[in-house]
Design a protein around this ligand. Structure first.
Ligand SMILES: Nc1ncnc2c1ncn2[C@@H]1O[C@H](COP(=O)(O)OP(=O)(O)OP(=O)(O)O)[C@@H](O)[C@H]1O
Ligand SMILES: [Mg+2]
Length: 261
């Protein structure tokens, strides 16, 4: 298990949508250089958790801590300014633009604030993809002509332009084949090696076991176990996901303030 101060922490986060209690008292920590897999059945609250951190939803209760301090994330821009980047499942890339155009969409580099500086953007794009060892035929190729895996790595690269400290990936391998999945998992490992904290949502246990350091299980909107990957196995995690084992930890227990029963 990665130790030290977490860069990002959730303390007792709850979120309700009308009659649906999507999250109840959820705890999670992410450290620099750690891959945290967030797993759970459909409707367990994974995307709601990510969107609460990303500023899409506001938690009803609990705290989000950044570098040990409680922060309020009202809008997605607030999360970006803190250094939290999110790649959603529907990648939101523009098919008709090339790789450079997608990487810099909405934050184009301009000459004198007007004319697009295509040369600078192309150079930055190459540098970024090189640092991540991402290989695509050309940065001037339209997104529409890339494979699913290549599109996914471009979407992740796009999230890295603002130099975030934490990257959240919601099901980045869901639509990918074996080789493309390997490419994305490779990239996740490089992000960790560069000291980023990564939150990876995945239904695929093989992916989780391949790259996660820590596995956080949600069940029906509550924590049902935090596992150190190196000392756990797939069966234990699946049992926690399905509810065959009850690893629910209350907030007070998590903080070590609850006495013996
Ligand atoms: N915007 C919303 N309005 C109302 N209910 C919502 C909203 N978003 C999520 N929910 C509900 O909250 C619960 C948790 O949903 P969430 O999408 O977080 O689950 P998930 O773990 O991401 O599931 P999946 O694996 O299917 O993506 C579900 O019952 C869902 O119907
Ligand atoms: Mg989801």
């Amino acid at each position: 298990m990665v130790t030290g101060e977490p860069v990002l922490a959730l303390r007792g986060v709850s979120k309700r949508f009308g009659a649906v209690q999507a999250l109840t008292d959820v705890e999670m920590e992410v450290h620099a250089g750690e891959v945290v897999a967030l797993v759970g059945d459909n409707g367990a609250g994974k995307s709601t958790l990510v969107k609460s951190i990303a500023g899409v939803h506001q938690p009803d209760d609990g705290d989000i801590e950044w570098g040990g301090r409680a922060v309020t994330i009202h809008r997605p821009q607030d999360a970006q300014h803190l250094g939290i980047a999110t790649v959603y499942q529907d990648l939101a890339l523009c098919d008709n633009l090339d790789v450079v155009g997608n990487l810099f969409l909405g934050r184009e580099i301009r000459h004198f604030g007007v004319v697009l500086d295509e040369v600078a953007m192309e150079r930055r794009s190459r540098e970024l993809l090189d640092t991540l060892s991402i290989r695509i035929p050309s940065v001037r190729i339209p997104i529409a002509s890339l494979s699913g895996g290549q599109r996914q790595v471009v979407a992740i690269a796009r999230a890295l332009i603002g130099s975030p400290k934490v990257v959240m990936l919601d099901e980045p391998t869901a639509a990918l084949g074996v080789e493309q999945t390997a490419q994305v998992l490779d990239l996740v490992e490089r992000l960790r090696d560069q000291g980023l904290g990564v939150i990876l949502i995945s239904h695929n246990m093989a992916d989780v076991m391949a790259v996660a350091d820590t596995v956080v299980v949600l069940r029906l909107g509550r924590n049902n176990g935090v596992f150190d990957k190196s000392s756990t196995n797939q069966e234990q995690i699946i049992s926690a996901i399905t509810g065959a084992t009850d690893n629910a930890v209350t907030r007070r227990q998590a903080r070590g303030t609850e006495g013996p029963q």
